[in-house]
Write a protein that binds this ligand. Sequence first.
Ligand SMILES: Nc1ncnc2c1ncn2[C@@H]1O[C@H](COP(=O)(O)OP(=O)(O)OP(=O)(O)O)[C@@H](O)[C@H]1O
Ligand SMILES: [Mg+2]
Length: 395
Amino acid sequence: MQAPRGRNVCLIGFICYAFPRPPIHVMKTIKPLSAALERQISWEQILSSVEDGVITLDRSGKVSFFNEAAEMLTDLAASRAMSLSFLRIFRKETWLVELIKKSFPPTQESARGEGDLVSRWGKKVPVGVTVSPLLEPDGSCLGSILLVRNLTHHKELEEDLKRADRLAMVGTLAAGLAHEIRNPLGGIKGAAQLLRRSLDPDSSLLEYTNIMNREVDRVNLLIEQLLDLSRPAKLEIVPINIHQVLEEVLSLELKTEAGPTVYVKKRFDPSLPLIRGDRNRLTQVFLNLVKNGHQAMNGSGTLTITTRLETDRHVRGQGAGRSRFIWVEIADHGIGIKDEDLLHIFSPFFTTKNSGTGLGLAVCYWIIKEHGGIIRVESVEGKGSTFKVSLVVAD
Ligand SMILES: Nc1ncnc2c1ncn2[C@@H]1O[C@H](COP(=O)(O)OP(=O)(O)OP(=O)(O)O)[C@@H](O)[C@H]1O
Ligand SMILES: [Mg+2]
């Protein structure tokens, strides 16, 4: 967060320009300003505390100020960014370069846009950017100012709403179909059992009756999972120790899915409080997540499970007020998820596996939502994925 001292006057001008009618949160910053100045708080310090990224460019397009939020958003230290041209910093973000160019002569216009910032590690952060020219009183160009807002949370909420709609639709459809399908399935299973009884014990046809039985069970399970999405899960909420649930999941999973070369690293916070949850449902969630992690690593690699207490208090659920919550993170070094798939993985029937149903994550999403929690994913194709689940701490 460096800026040459002489630029302070300019920065005051930038703020007036950037916030012609200050929104409430800006007013809060501006009100104690005179007091702040009395206490010799510099403009750099004030701008450093702004939650949005603030970047100023001089008239040659080089960075002259880069606040802390800008460092976080770009994954770039201010000391490195200073004096670099915006063309270099945003070389992967052509949409942003075009936007910034508008604030320089000959156009010298303000412009807004939305797009992704791509970090050095390939991680994408959705942002909204406002670019404005910095002008001398005589109208000559001093440079440009960028206000960069992180839209991740906003986009996640939008996606949550769309997902809830899709799930509600699938649920209604499933509830209608389930009844119609279950009856004939019962008939097929009964007929297969009668057939089995009438066959010689050494008949080669016996195997076919086994297949019929197995497949009927598979379809029944599918219908059960679909119904899970349609009816509000009846949760039996009690205070539970999430570490016990995770240990149980790991012992179940290691017996079945994991190959001999899967290593599980547990980074459990021993001081974690009990959470509010339905033990069976949460076992189902973490079993799905751990299974997906193993499958993504093709049975070999390290799966890291981390638990931690969130230090912030957040507003959750309808009318739930403010509560404390914990995070469980399951990270694999598997194949990762393509950007274009990330939007769909929680949708019912989305699968990239030959034998997958694509219902695992949709069910997880629903169960966690019913718990008043959140489920999120971060993934880089070819590097791995981290699924994060938040759950509310028991009173
Ligand atoms: N840890 C992961 N790494 C990479 N891709 C994943 C991971 N978890 C989920 N996915 C992607 O999300 C898709 C949906 O996952 P989901 O668990 O819902 O269904 P599935 O695993 O394909 O099938 P099922 O759970 O019925 O066996 C997967 O097919 C895969 O493409
Ligand atoms: Mg799965």
